[in-house]
Design a protein around this ligand. Structure first.
Ligand code: PRP
Ligand code: MN
Ligand code: MG
Length: 192
């Protein structure tokens, strides 16, 4: 598996340091009076890719937070984004998010289709604000502009260059999610 990695973009340590900073930032923001009372946010991870980031991030947020997951339509085994993702009917939210501040947690924002769909969904379920915390943001590939809801904030770990990246939750053909770092796959792997 590791033989198929061309280079490492962020090491396990670099990710860990950044995740700690993001957790502290979220803790400060949602403790402060800039957000309304009962401010502890609900964390909603986007399955599957965000599962590693969610697990690390929530342990760096020092607030009483519920944690849930949601799934949207997937890229499947390819590398091309789905322009019309839908919420998976077999993987619904367990939490009632009405009136809650939601933080959607993603591994990567690419075209923006997934987040745009999820932000609308959280809004339709009555979230009082929707924030986003993504480990990576790849602005070069953005197709859809999304707007946060209410006093929602945008947290980003690193800006990602326009490579197909895997590891730390991110897959190619459902493999590589368990790499502890974020790396670039050798092009011959996904072009073959
Ligand atoms: C990947 C990634 C994000 C989404 C970003 O998920 O984890 O959720 O794509 O792309 P977008 O901004 O173009 O919508 P994917 O659909 O591959 O499912 P997975 O998390 O199960 O791998
Ligand atoms: Mn995903
Ligand atoms: Mg995927």
């Amino acid at each position: 598996m590791e033989d198929n990695i061309e280079k490492i973009l962020w090491t396990e340590n670099e990710i860990s340091e950044r995740v700690t900073e993001l957790g502290s930032q979220i803790t400060r923001d949602f403790k402060s009076e800039t957000v309304a009372a009962a401010a502890a946010p609900a964390i909603v991870g986007v399955a599957t890719g965000a599962f590693v980031f969610v697990a690390d991030l929530v342990r760096k947020i020092h607030l009483p937070i519920p944690v849930d997951f949601i799934r949207v339509g997937s890229y499947g085994s390819g590398t091309i984004s789905n322009a019309h993702p839908t919420i998976s009917s077999s993987f619904q939210l367990k939490l009632d998010i009405r009136g809650l501040h939601v933080i959607l947690v993603e591994d990567i924002v690419d075209t923006g289709n997934t987040l745009s769909c999820l932000i609308d969904y959280m809004k339709s379920k009555g979230a009082s604000s929707v924030s986003v915390c993504t480990l990576l943001d790849k602005p070069a590939r953005r197709k859809v502009h999304f707007e946060l809801v209410g006093e929602g904030k945008y947290y980003c770990g690193f800006e990602c260059p326009d490579y197909f990246v895997v590891g730390y939750g991110m897959d190619f053909g459902e493999i590589y999610r368990n790499l502890p770092y974020v790396g670039v796959l050798k092009p011959e792997i996904y072009k073959s």
